[in-house]
Design a binder for this molecule. Structure first.
Ligand code: G3P
Ligand code: CA
Length: 268
């Protein structure tokens, strides 16, 4: 019988280190990802933006302002220019309780650098951010995944998950390589609902859904589970919320504190 990869098995709860262990270190830096691995995160979560010269970098915002000492849109700067920036000092200023001298001067990593640092032994949960701003970002992503042998028949299907709020972006990836597992991200500004038709549509290209955890309830979680999709709410940082969501039947979650989730999971 075909074995189910551990991390795509709905009974194995996925601990996704959101932007790395970003509660403890500057998000989307090598130290944050490294801490996520140390804290037993199953996945390194990476948000992608694309530079003026077409390189994929790990950054959440479309602008440089919040997480570096630069200003302006990522798309207007080359990788060489972005590499001049300090991606760590903001964290030391904002979170003095977790500040470390070595965070000052950290560089913005490219996707390739992250993969080269953590290797094919790690798992990556990669988000195409603002794909409408970056034509070609999916092609570039799949090219990099192929280059590092993170895709294809002989690779465990759980190695890389691609996620996006954009169904169009996910469908582009799906067309290029239908073996890459995809997660459709959703955002609800009121209590979440899902129709059978919506579930069917999501199932046509994705293996799971991710949504803001505050909008869902047990019935929603069960409806997603009954459809056969995985469900990974974001961004869950408090132990009590982790417990509640696990009781409801989620199959994993995004957290800035993977150590907290690991502790919760170990006790269950
Ligand atoms: O990717 C899951 C979650 O990270 C989505 O929200 O804004 O943190 O990327 P955001
Ligand atoms: Ca994300």
């Amino acid at each position: 019988a075909e074995t189910i990869e551990p991390s795509l098995n709905p009974n194995k709860i996925m601990n996704v280190a959101h932007r790395g262990a970003s509660g403890y270190a500057p998000e989307h830096t090598i130290p944050a990802y490294g801490l996520g691995q140390q804290m037993k995160g199953d996945y390194i979560e990476i948000d992608l933006q694309m530079t003026k010269d077409g390189e994929l970098i790990a950054m959440h915002d479309e602008t440089l302002d919040r997480t570096t000492n630069g200003t302006g849109n990522v798309k207007d700067f080359t990788l060489a220019e972005i590499k001049q920036l300090d991606a760590g000092s903001w964290f030391n200023e904002k979170y003095p309780e977790y500040a470390k001298p070595e965070y000052a001067g950290l560089k913005v990593p490219t996707l390739q650098e992250v993969i080269e640092t953590f290797g094919t032994g790690a798992r990556y949960y990669i988000e195409t951010k603002s794909p409408e701003v970056y034509p070609g970002m999916e092609e570039k992503l799949v090219e990099i995944l192929n280059e590092y042998n993170l895709t294809g028949k002989n690779v465990p299907s759980s190695k890389v998950i691609v996620q996006s709020f954009s169904a169009d972006s996910l469908k582009i990836v799906h067309e290029m390589d239908p073996t890459i597992p995809l997660v459709q991200l959703l955002w609800y500004d009121q209590p979440a609902t899902l129709t059978d038709e919506e579930l069917e549509e999501y199932k046509s290209y994705s293996i799971g859904l991710g949504m803001n955890y505050g909008a869902i309830d047990e019935a929603y979680v069960q409806k997603v589970r009954d459809s056969g999709l995985l469900i990974h709410p974001y961004t869950v940082n408090e132990t009590a919320d982790m417990e509640k969501l696990l009781d409801w039947g989620v199959t994993g979650m995004f957290t800035n504190f993977p150590d907290r989730l690991q502790e919760v999971l170990q006790k269950r």
